[in-house]
Design a protein around this ligand. Structure first.
Ligand code: URA
Length: 200
């Protein structure tokens, strides 16, 4: 794999980021990983507990769903670049329990410079927005995932953007509604296949 020294420097600098309050509760910053010159970049919502502990994106249960889907469409995880709209775990403390929450608009904004640098230094042909927060941040603030997932959006930066369902959503359906799970997983796989075709 060809190194990307500029990206390495950015990732190193991001590890000390204090651009929003999430630095106070994180264990560590979770920067992107994978092929630093990949033609496909996947961008999720933000680190959860496992990502916060390991410092790697998509390594928890949702990550396992993603890994299986990548395998099914013939992509090695190491051959794509995987990152998130925020790089520190957003948490909620309730009754002494810590849980994940969606990132706030201000946190997403604060993390934008890192996203911009990662995107421009990896320089992918296709950006796959994994879940609504990424689609709203990178494609259109009014993006409707249920209606617009799977569509290709060519943008002025020369890249093609596509949004797909979040694997955590697919996972939740697995025990709740088997038929809906099969449909959602089928969409997830189809969207990844569309991304591969667009990246050729
Ligand atoms: N969900 C995300 O959106 N990103 C991760 O890295 C893990 C779970």
């Amino acid at each position: 794999m060809l190194p990307n020294l500029e990206l390495d420097a950015v990732r190193e600098e991001a590890l000390y980021c204090q651009r929003c309050d999430l630095w106070q509760t994180r264990t560590q910053v979770v920067v992107g990983e994978g092929d630093p010159h990949s033609s496909i970049l996947l961008i999720g919502e933000g680190p959860g507990e496992n990502e916060d502990l390991t410092g790697r994106p998509f390594v928890g249960r949702a990550g396992a769903v993603l890994d299986k889907a990548l395998e099914e469409v013939g992509l090695e995880r190491e051959s794509v670049y995987i990152t998130n709209v925020v790089r520190c775990r957003p948490t909620l403390v309730q009754g002494g329990r810590i849980s994940n929450r969606a990132p706030k608009a201000g946190e997403i904004r604060a993390c934008e410079p890192w996203r911009w640098l990662e995107l421009n230094l990896v320089n992918p042909k296709v950006v796959v927005c994994v879940g609504a927060p990424a689609a709203k941040s990178l494609i259109d603030p009014k993006f409707k995932l249920t209606e617009q997932r799977g569509q290709l959006f060519p943008k002025e930066d020369g890249r093609t953007y596509i949004a797909t369902l979040h694997p955590a959503y697919v996972l939740r359906l697995m025990s709740a509604d088997r038929a809906a799970y099969n449909t959602a997983r089928g969409h997830f796989i189809a969207d990844l296949r569309s991304a591969i075709t667009a990246a050729r």
